[in-house]
Design a protein around this ligand. Sequence first.
Ligand SMILES: [Zn+2]
Length: 302
Amino acid sequence: MDDRWIEVADRVWARRLEELDQTLGLVTGDACALVIDTGVSAEAGYEFATAIRELTDLPWQVAYTHDHFDHWFGTQAFGESAVWAVGDGTSYVARGDEQRRAWAATYRRDGKEERARQIGATRLVPPNCRVQGSVGLDLGGRTVVLRQVGLAHSDNDMVVEVPDAGVLFAGDLLEEGAAPSYTGAFPIEWAQHVEYLLSWRPTIVVPGHGEPGDYWWARGQARDLAETARLCGEVAQGFVTEDEAVAHGPFGPETTKAAIERWRELTPPPAEPAPPAATAPAGPPPPTVVYEIFDYSLDLRP
Ligand SMILES: [Zn+2]
């Protein structure tokens, strides 16, 4: 598959990439463009920026859906611009540094030397505009909403809503063509947040990986996320065994296993039962109190 654009609504595009089957986004107004995620490396970012320049010459701002490397390592290509995200710059740099090292090693191990070199050479561009709650961004005649999600696929997810076009850019909260990734995720909260995010009934939902889908596709994913959360809870309560849950999880055995493991990691083990109280030293038994019985019956006869 060659990289390609899909215009999902009026001046709202999804950029489909071969690498990681990723989906980046672009929304334009009359005065400004919003770029949603930037790809796995500076090279990927330059290719994306070039493709954007074929569509528009408007100045751009950038939004990060979360801090996983494939969503923001391409920002070097976008020069000095406003970069919106939920996570703060310091944490982006610290985690970016870690991911840069780990992913360069992974690609090298897989024999993808060129990709490993590109990732290793990435200049990290942390966000400079922080989103807490929600921010309305005026692109000129059109306002998009950047919305903090809360704990879900990561601890810093953000979605982008384009209300006038009915489009929701969901980041990795939803994936098409592959199971969602529970590494570092919050299985219970994730499902709840997706329900909430779909409550305004977007017509088009653009996932972080895979093809854009409609509202009903997104609902199907939300249902499967909820079922996975439920299985985690049922395993914890002993209603089903882990093997049963893994065999019946809607996203397949591996993903269900990962979700349960992550859920366990997040859940503190039950407290140890308190040691029995030290027995009181033997002594004479307390005295028995004897109450006298009185006859309270009253003679009510006139
Ligand atoms: Zn991710």
